[in-house]
Design a protein. Structure first.
Length: 87
C-alpha cells in the first residue's frame, strides 16, 4: 500500500454542512477585516425552497463558489444505522 501526501492548502472561503433528515446546518467562514475570519451559521429546513435559498446564500458575496475554480469536497461522511431503532 502506498501512502500519498497531499500538499497543504489554505482555503479562503469554506462552508461545512451537517445534513439531517429535517434540517441542514451550515457554517460558512470568509475573510474579514484586519486578517480575521467572519463566520455565520444558518439552519434551514430540507424543503426545496429552503435548500435553494441556502445555495443562493452560499454563492452570495464573492460570487458562485464553483465559477472561479472553487473546489467542492466531501471531507467525511458518517452513516449511523441501527436495526429497529435510533442511533
Amino acid at each position: 500500500m502506498e501512502v500519498a501526501a497531499d500538499e497543504e492548502q489554505i482555503v479562503e472561503r469554506v462552508a461545512a454542512l451537517d445534513i439531517g433528515k429535517g434540517e441542514v446546518v451550515c457554517c460558512a467562514r470568509v475573510p474579514g477585516p484586519h486578517r480575521r475570519r467572519m463566520q455565520e451559521v444558518r439552519t434551514v429546513a430540507t424543503m426545496t425552497a429552503d435548500l435553494l435559498a441556502l445555495a443562493d446564500w452560499l454563492g452570495g458575496p464573492g460570487g458562485d463558489p464553483g465559477s472561479d475554480g472553487g473546489d467542492v469536497r466531501l471531507l467525511e461522511a458518517t452513516v449511523l444505522w441501527a436495526r429497529g431503532g435510533r442511533v
